[in-house]
Design a protein. Structure first.
Lengths: 334, 647
């Protein structure tokens, strides 16, 4: 266990260092984008004005309010202070709405759509992959090409195909929105049914693609492991098949777990396609329009969330590895 | 291990699905009930009373408050009582503050030439069909005093706020005073032209124009336009807001104003990340005989937030949208091919009424483009019919139908210049030979035999730009580039992101490579076509920074400036026409910029599955209701004419 603690401390230190760097970059990169975010707001206000002095006045007013005329280092400290207070400032594109408010209302939709889809896709994909590797034969021959085909579909292509077939042509599912276009959210069966009905296609568009990719990865990992020396050795030792499969699965799963962690960490960005095509509410489209509108506070806040999610998930996976894989502990103990 | 993982995962999945179902009620803006004392809608047994009026603290809600026919539990908006829109609201509503136009509540707040008047109202409403301002909150026509220095008007006796208190002259005066005090964009825009707005008595307002040295208003058109483009906001509510913000004056514009009082027929019902719904105030004062004499037909106005045009179009086809304010390409296919009950204002191309003129500007500081011959040759060679057919899918009049000038295609503006006098200067495009001859005559020829012309020994090569993703503009710029190739001028296209593009074109000197670039020009309004002409040609905007007005290419012509400055001071219509005619001549001769297409003020496509009797050409309305989505300016009259297809 001593080795494990050493390993843990080292990972924690790295987590802190990466977080600090990520934090600085998170602030810096959006502000380095070319263009002027206040110009966007002012351009909306300036229409219908007949003098240029009035426009200038308004421009300076907003520049002052957003602090973009301050030196970048001062802006950074304001940003740090705000983040520690749990504030991210006011959005430029959805001015005067606070960034935290925008994220709060969008993030639940994204998590509710992405997390189950990723996990279901991951479980199904890995199970199918492992089964294909183990059983071989026609199942494997059918699954592999199918998985390759599906996993190579661009995400938007899958979403559009589902939309056209099941929503536009067959009309089994609605074309857009998170719930019925004629509904007001309430806690009622009708509303819940409507949410689920709207959930199906965006969910499937993510699950199908995830399954394909995961199945391919798991299959090749499992085949590799099945041919490993320890499997042969176990067989010679007369260990039961069931037990061997457990060993194999555990070893083959390691890289797959990293994959799962990463896709959970980056799920915000991953939801852009499904959200756009199905007009589904969520963070994906929020960040897209924030980037287009140079909404630094919103971009920084969302990327900070993504960064922290990736870092934490990675950290957890590494901690978990330490438990699962004795080899890691062993190297640290030396 | 495996089993634990699977069990764990299933638990997470189930919890997430449950989370998905519960989430919307947790959304911060999701509270569907605006009346704070009303029972929450989530309570299934609660009485389904939804009080549409936001009761201010001092006034009790009217006792005969309307009861919304929305059942608690399965809260579904009745289809036959709801009018659905698209193309106006593209993100979640951020607030209800009418002092702030950076507020994105597009359906409720758009203080513009044809101001959106479903929730807040202006004294007058503009009708782009005849160019007149009709009284709304005001009683009687808009008239100047004999000296031409001030406008006096009365407030209608029937006009009331949603809390039941009367709209007074004090409200009008206080609104203006607040715009000035807090330096809102409306104050900044009006200040150079309006001296003051005062309440003579509770019902009488005097608007005093700022006077020049000659004792005449600096610009009477802008003073007059103020009255149909700026909302009257309740004084009592403004004072509540001021008390709330205290010394933090910058919050005056950023307050979300959930409690705002309004005088219009609709108020807030519900808003979240997916939609915004407005409910009719059944006590709306406008049902008085002195205004509309009845209530608008739909009980609810709803706008679903679609993520892009394609989603909006799909919903329109599915009958989930009644009024579409977005560009639907090949709109005629809806009725010709798909046999859907969808129509536009005109049954034939251009399907709508063009009001604004998307324009290509030349950067006059670029060697080559400082030559009139080069500019005019490019403009002559462009194939506008292709632009109109491809980029606009024929939803624009052609330049043969409406010859180019500074005017939009509305009859009012077209009558303002002498068509015969400028006939020889107008061009319809695709005139390759004419363009070549122009360049040859100017001595701008290909001297080194590479197929491209040179000017002062340098190859003529330019970039044509517009923002990335603005597909109709991009198509237009490709056609401009193609025209260059035909006359020996190398034009390449470049489409920067809007965020970068707008920063460059509004700040002189323009970045290198910004040679020919597109921007919009003004639409229809009470100050048009003067304001558009000023924005296209006046040197006050040339070579300036923070310039969102126009003349982005840096054109300077003192003769044009004088003619433009003179127009607001002229009373004689013939003299006004003479000035405009002269300006059109200068514009078509000097070609500092050129119109690429005509574009409607708003797209106005309607689906008649549920509602019918939308405004269309020859619908018998007098004055004609403009095709502005039944929300803007005088087009709100259309809401009172709607009927159900199957009552």
């Amino acid at each position: 266990m001593k080795g494990y603690w050493k390993y843990f401390r080292k990972k924690l230190l790295w987590l802190l260092i990466t977080t600090i760097f990520a934090f600085v970059l998170n602030f810096l990169l959006p502000t380095l984008m070319p263009g002027d975010p206040v110009a966007g707001i002012v351009s909306r206000l300036a229409q219908g004005m007949s003098t240029s002095t009035g426009v200038k006045e308004i421009y300076e007013n907003y520049a002052e309010q957003f602090g973009i005329n301050k030196p970048i280092i001062e802006q950074f400290f304001i940003y740090v202070r705000n983040v520690f207070r749990g504030e991210f400032g006011v959005s430029f594109t959805q001015y005067p709405r606070p960034v935290s408010d925008i994220i709060k209302s969008a993030v639940t939709w994204t998590i509710a759509l992405q997390l189950p889809a990723i996990i279901v896709g991951w479980i199904l994909g890995n199970t199918l992959g492992a089964v294909a590797a183990y059983r071989k034969g026609p199942f494997d021959k059918a699954l592999l090409p199918l998985s390759i085909l599906i996993s190579n579909f661009p995400a938007f292509g899958m979403a559009v195909i589902l939309l056209v077939i099941f929503a536009v042509r067959l009309r089994w599912f609605p074309t857009s929105g998170g719930y019925g276009f004629d509904m007001i959210p309430t806690l009622s069966w009708g509303f819940v049914a409507s949410v689920l009905h709207h959930y199906v296609l965006p969910f499937l568009s993510i699950v199908l693609i995830t399954i394909g990719g995961q199945a391919i990865g798991m299959r090749s990992m499992a085949i590799y492991e099945l041919n490993a020396d320890y499997v042969k050795y176990s067989r010679f030792m007369g260990i039961k098949d069931n037990q061997i499969v457990k060993y194999v699965f555990r070893n083959a799963m390691l890289p797959q777990l990293t994959g799962l962690a990463l896709s959970i960490g980056t799920m915000v960005g991953g939801s852009i396609v499904a959200e756009t095509i199905f007009s589904y509410p969520g963070l994906g489209t929020t960040i897209l329009s924030a980037i287009k509108g140079q909404d630094y506070p919103l971009v920084s806040a969302v990327t900070l969330i993504i960064t922290i999610m990736v870092l934490i998930v990675n950290f957890l996976v590494e901690v978990f590895y330490g438990f699962v894989d004795p080899r890691i502990r062993a190297t640290q103990a030396e | 291990m495996k089993r634990t993982m699977i069990v764990l995962s299933i638990v997470i999945v189930l919890s997430m699905i449950l989370g998905a179902c519960v989430q919307p009620t947790a959304a911060p803006t999701a509270a569907p009930v605006v009346e704070p004392t009303a029972a929450p809608v989530v309570e299934p047994t609660a009485a389904p009373v939804v009080e549409p009026t936001v009761a201010p603290t001092e006034a009790p809600a009217p006792t005969e408050a309307p009861v919304a026919e929305v059942k608690a539990g399965d809260t579904v908006l009745p289809r036959k009582e709801t009018l659905y829109f698209n193309g106006q609201q593209w993100g979640s509503v951020v607030g209800w503050n009418p002092y702030s136009s950076s507020n994105n509540n597009a359906m409720a707040i758009a203080a513009q030439d044809s101001a959106r008047v479903i929730m807040f109202e202006t004294p007058y409403i503009y009708n782009m069909m005849d160019g007149k301002q009709y009284p709304l909150l005001a009683d009687g026509d808009l008239v100047w005093n004999d000296a031409g220095t001030e406008i006096t008007f009365k407030i209608k006796a029937a006009a009331k706020w949603n809390d039941g208190t009367p709209v007074t002259a004090d409200d009008v005066a206080y609104t203006w005073a607040s715009h000035i005090k807090y330096n809102t964009q409306f104050g900044a825009a009006g200040k150079p032209y309006i001296e003051n707005i005062e309440a003579v008595d509770p019902a009488t307002v005097v608007v005093k124009a700022k006077l020049g040295d000659d004792g005449k208003p600096v610009n009477s058109m802008i003073v007059q336009a103020y009255l149909s483009s700026n909302y009257v906001i309740q004084k009592a509510w403004t004072e509540t807001l001021e008390a709330r913000i205290g010394a933090e004056t910058e919050k005056f514009l950023t307050d979300p104003a959930e409690d705002v009082a309004y005088s219009g027929p609709y108020g807030k019902f519900f808003a979240d990340d997916s939609k915004v719904v407005y409910i009719r105030n059944d006590n709306y004062w406008g049902q008085d005989a002195s205004m509309w004499g009845k209530l608008p037909a739909p009980k609810y106005l709803a706008h679903i937030i679609y993520k892009d045009n394609a989603a909006g179009t799909t919903a329109l086809q599915a009958g989930e949208v009644d009024v579409s304010q977005q560009f639907n390409s090949n709109v005629q296919d809806f009725w010709l091919k798909d046999n859907l009950p969808i129509s536009t204002y005109l049954p034939e191309p251009p399907y709508g009424i063009g009001a604004s003129l998307p324009t290509a500007f030349f950067n006059l500081a670029v060697p080559g483009l400082d030559q009139v011959a080069v500019r005019k040759a490019i403009a002559l060679a462009v194939d506008y019919d292709t632009i109109i057919a491809n980029a606009m899918t024929n939803q624009s009049a052609t330049f043969t139908q409406v010859p180019r000038s500074l005017m939009n295609p509305t009859p009012g503006e077209q009558a303002l210049y002498d068509h015969e006098a400028v006939k020889d200067l107008q061009w319809a495009g695709n005139d390759i030979e004419g363009a070549k001859k122009l360049l040859d005559d100017a001595g701008i020829v290909d001297t080194n035999g590479d197929g491209n012309r040179e000017y002062n020994g340098k190859e003529l090569a330019f970039q044509a730009l517009c923002p990335n993703g603005w597909s109709d503009w991009q198509a237009a710029m490709e056609v401009v580039a193609a025209a260059g190739a035909k006359i020996g001028i190398n034009i390449t296209t470049n489409f920067p992101e809007w965020a970068v593009y707008q920063t460059v074109v509004t700040n002189w000197p323009l970045q290198e490579g910004y040679d020919i670039f597109m921007m919009w020009s003004d639409g229809a309004g009470p100050t048009q076509p003067w304001s558009r002409t000023q924005h296209l040609m006046h040197s006050m905007f040339a070579e300036t920074t923070n310039n969102w007005n126009g003349n982005y290419g840096g054109y300077k012509n003192p003769a044009a400036d004088a003619l433009i400055d003179e127009i607001p001071t002229i009373d004689d219509p013939e003299k006004i026409k003479a000035n405009y005619t002269e300006l059109v001549k200068i514009y078509l001769t000097d070609v500092p910029s050129f119109t690429l297409m005509y574009r409607p003020q708003s797209f106005h496509t309607v689906n008649e599955s549920v509602w019918t009797n939308f405004p269309h050409e020859g619908d018998g309305t007098d004055p004609a209701v403009p095709p502005l989505d039944l929300t803007d300016g005088y087009s709100i009259a259309g809401l009172y004419n709607l009927t159900l297809v199957n009552p």
